[in-house]
Ligand binder design. Sequence first.
Ligand SMILES: [Ca+2]
Ligand SMILES: [Ca+2]
Ligand SMILES: [Ca+2]
Length: 304
Amino acid sequence: MPVLCFEQLERRELLAAFSDLRTATVVIESNDPDTPVFTFAIQGTATWDGAEVLGRKIVYGNSVWDGYTPGVTLDDLAAVAPDKAALLPGETASFQNISSYTRGLNELLVIVDELPGTPTAADVVCRVGNQDDLSGWTAAPSPEVVVRPDCGDQGEDLVFLTWADGAIRQTWLQVEILATENTGLPVSDVFYVGSAIGETGDAATPGAVLAADLAAIRDSIPRLRVGIEEAYDIDRSGHVLTPDLIACRDSIPTVLELITPPTTVPREVWTRALSEYLTAEWAEPDDDRILPRSEGWMAEPLEV
Ligand SMILES: [Ca+2]
Ligand SMILES: [Ca+2]
Ligand SMILES: [Ca+2]
């Protein structure tokens, strides 16, 4: 019976096994040309020692919800859009990922567990575009980065990214939080949020600001003291009034494609993740073709 060791396992399959970073049940094939290809399973739990992004939020900065404070204060937590979420690579966009706010994407909040340093604008790369193919995307203005350590609900570190009002509007924004000593991330964290001023999330055109959006707002006016999730309160004033209608009208036509950005995990950064951040306890495979742990099983990460 041939004996295989860690280094002979198919690298692609091994990397896939670590993809959720916590628990892995994996079937691996040998790529050793001298032995028959076979399949077996390992089970175990991986412990993550690095920083981890726990949340990515859209904030209506400088709105009624943060008391019209242009900069970052902890009052801004009240301006986090509870009904919005970042679009992640591989997902398809929806209205949930799109802000209709008149000031565009002027503030985002990234919630990180265990930041080792204080990230700055140098740790963030932003691009704008409106198609799946990222090669056509262009550089976006750098955000101002404000870090509030230990201020999350569970003591997480809060990283606010802010731009001037209107600096990023009517586009998709890609945010890449780089894997650096400041962020402690094993791989860069990439997410997307959209701006389509005046979009109401109508079922027919949830990414396109068109006459239907205008009509919906017109039929809703006037309404006072609406909540932060009110889709027709375009300027986030807390009321649905004529300025919301005007903002929508001036935005027609704006069309955000419902993009599906690709998943890309650079292998060179996975190497770093494997070697520096992941400690794993694996059940020893019940298969006598595998070297036991004492002889090097799972001892060293792969060079990719
Ligand atoms: Ca503010
Ligand atoms: Ca629409
Ligand atoms: Ca309003």
